[in-house]
Design a binder for this molecule. Sequence first.
Ligand code: GDP
Ligand code: IMO
Ligand code: MG
Length: 423
Amino acid sequence: MKADVLLGLHWGDEGKGKVVDVLTPSYDLICRFQGGPNAGHTLEFNGIKHVLHTIPSGIFHNHCLNVIGNGVVIDPVILKKEIDALVKMGVDIKKQLLVSRRAHLILPTHRLLDAASEASKGKEKIGSTLKGIGPTYMDKTGRNGLRVGDISSSNFKEKYNVLVEKHKQLLAFHNYEYNLAELEPTWMEAIETLKGLTHIDSEYFVNKALRDGKKVLAEGAQGSMLDIDFGTYPFVTSSNTMTAGACTGLGLAPRSIGNVIGIFKAYATRVGSGPFPTELNDETGEKMRKIGNEFGSTTGRARRCGWLDLPALKYAMMINGVTELTMMKADVMDDFDVIKVCTHYKINGKETEVLPFDVCDAEITPVYKEMKGWKQNITSGNNMPEALLNYIHFIEEQTGTPISIVSVGPDRKQTIVMKKEEV
Ligand code: GDP
Ligand code: IMO
Ligand code: MG
C-alpha cells in the first residue's frame, strides 16, 4: 500500500481538520508529519465543535490509530490540555494515540524565545503564533533539541538544564524579561502525561502498517505558501509543509506516497504578516471574513481575506504533486454577485504566472477573471447551479486536476463528494 497525503495549498486554515475527519472512515492510520501547536484544526459533528492542535484529526473515529510523527514539535502542556479534553469526551487516548520517540519537544524557553524574537523584529515581525515553533526547529537543525524519547532517559533533567542554560543566554541577549519558575512546574507535570502515552518508532510502525495493507493518511499542518523552502519567505513557518515533509516527517520513502489531496478555499485567506497578492482591504474582504468567520482557530486573530489566486495554487500543486483537489467553504461565496479569480500577475508591466523570488518586495498586481456568482445556498450535490459548476470546472481546467470534494459548511455532513468524471 501507499500512504495518501492531505495538505493545505494556501497559507493554512483551508479546512484540513474537517476533511481528514470526513475521510477517516476510509483509513486505518492518520499521521501528523510536521508543525506543532501553531496548527488549529477544527472538526464539527453532532453539534460538537472541537479544535485540535497536535493530535491528528482522525481521533474521533475509534477504529483508527493516530500517530504524531517525528517531524512534529510537541508542547507537552498543550498536548496535555488536548488529551484532557478528549478523555472527557470519551476518547481512549492510550489506545488511539501513538507518539514518535523522535518528535522534538517545545520547552517553555522556546516559547519565550519566540516572543523575544518577534518583539525584537518590531514592525517586521512574522506574526508567529508564539507557540515556540521557530526556536524549537532551530534547536532541531542546530542539533541541540530534546526529543520525546529523551524523557525516559535517566539524565533527562540534566539535558533539559543544559538546553535551558543556552536559552537563558539568548534571552539575555534579547534583553527579554521572563519568569521561568512560573512555567516550569506545569511543563514538568505535562511531561509525565506524555510519558504515559505509547511511544513508537513511527518510521518502523508506519512502514509496517503499509506492508500489512493498512490505509494510511498523512495530515499536513499549515499550508504550502508557509513552507520554509517554498513559501513567502521569511513570512513562513519553520517546517516543510509539503508532500516531501510527509516523507521526512514520518520516515516514508517517496515511492510510498500515493494520492496527494490538496485543500484550498473557494477564496483565499492568510493570518499573520507577509505577502498576499489578492488580499482585499475593502468591504468585499470584510464580507468574506464575516460570512466565513475568518478568525484564527489557534490565536483568534482576524484572517486576511482575498480572491482565489491561481498562480499560487498552481505553484503549490506543482511542488506537492497534487492528484486531487478539495474545495472548501464554497458556501461563503453563496451571496456574491461576482466572484473573481486571479489568473495571472502583472509585475513590472509584464503578465506572468510565476511567483517571483522576491515576492515580499515585488509589486504584484493580480489580473482577474470575473465569474458569475451562484446566489443560492448549496446543500447537496444534486442540481448544483450552473454558475457553481462553471467555477468548479474553470479551476479543474486551469489546474488539470479534478475537484473530488466540495465543502459547503463546517459540519461533517456539509460535504459534497463529486461524481468522478474526466477533466
Ligand atoms: P485547518 O487549520 O486547515 O484545519 O482549518 P481551520 O480549522 O483552522 O479553519 C477552517 C475553519 O472553517 C473552521 O472554523 C472550520 O470549522 C470552518 N470550515 C471548514 N469547512 C468549511 C466550509 O465548507 N464552510 C464553512 N463555512 N466553514 C468551514
Ligand atoms: P493550520 O495547520 C494559518 C502562520 C502564522 C505566521 C507564520 C509563522 O491551522 O493551517 P509560526 O507560529 O509557525 O512560527 O508562525 O505561520 N501559521 C499559520 N497560519 N494556519 C496555521 O496552521 C498556521 N501555523 C502557522 O500566523 O504567519
Ligand atoms: Mg487552522
